[in-house]
Design a protein around this ligand. Structure first.
Ligand SMILES: CC(C)(COP(=O)(O)OP(=O)(O)OC[C@H]1O[C@@H](n2cnc3c(N)ncnc32)[C@H](O)[C@@H]1OP(=O)(O)O)[C@@H](O)C(=O)NCCC(=O)NCCS
Length: 178
């Protein structure tokens, strides 16, 4: 599932390839508050590695066959405006995990991310998955608002270690039932 190119009304989600890495990096660099909201910069996004080896979750038997990195194109202009990384079967077998979703800042607030989640939800549901999952940094208010509006309304965990400190960053895990 989720193989090849997925089509929505305005977008194409294509399997990312090495030749796109510099464009993917350009999209990433429009995420100018990443360090502020996540506490880590652009070095955490390893497109070359993700394309060759996948970005695998910390579970036994994680494998690249269950991972997809999709480049998001505007259908009309063939312009690369974002990317998403997906893992089929994390944290449980029936859950499709959205590891990352980024839209170029110049193209946000057009409903593109919502269109992508809707397409992925349909595909996941049709292929026997019963939920979608994500983890989002608690300081990432824009994304929190997006995910909760998109139906990720079940809290399944909050990561935080030890006592609160200003330079520590926590994530919340959310699920959307399909
Ligand atoms: C989170 C993110 C992916 C959302 O992408 P997006 O394409 O802007 O999302 P949408 O357009 O579907 O929705 C965003 C907002 O635009 C609004 N919107 C949608 N279509 C609109 C339109 N035609 N006109 C005006 N506003 C619109 C939505 O209602 C939503 O409003 P809200 O912020 O009040 O909730 C994007 O902000 C992003 O890439 N952020 C940086 C990376 C990031 O944080 N990723 C998530 C990591 S977990």
């Amino acid at each position: 599932m989720l193989k090849g190119t997925l089509i929505t009304s305005r977008l194409l989600l294509k399997e990312a390839i090495h030749e796109e890495c510099s464009k993917l990096k350009s999209v990433l660099h429009t995420w100018t508050d990443k360090q502020l909201v996540e506490g880590s910069g652009y070095e955490s996004e390893e497109f070359e590695k993700w394309i060759s080896e996948g970005d695998l979750p910390p579970i036994e038997n994680a494998c690249k066959e269950n991972y997809r990195l999709k480049s998001i194109y505007l259908k009309e202009e063939s312009k690369l405006i974002g990317y998403t990384g997906l893992y089929m079967g994390y944290p449980a077998k029936d859950c499709l995990w959205i590891g990352i979703l980024v839209i170029d800042s110049g193209y946000r607030k057009n409903g593109y991310a919502q269109e992508i989640i809707s397409r992925i939800s349909d595909d996941a549901g049709a292929n026997g998955f019963s939920k979608l999952g994500i983890a989002v940094y608690l300081n990432n208010w824009r994304a929190l608002r997006f995910w909760t509006k998109a139906g990720f309304d079940r809290v399944t965990g909050i990561s935080c270690d030890g006592e609160y400190e200003e330079e520590k960053f926590a994530t919340i895990k959310l699920q959307k039932e399909l």
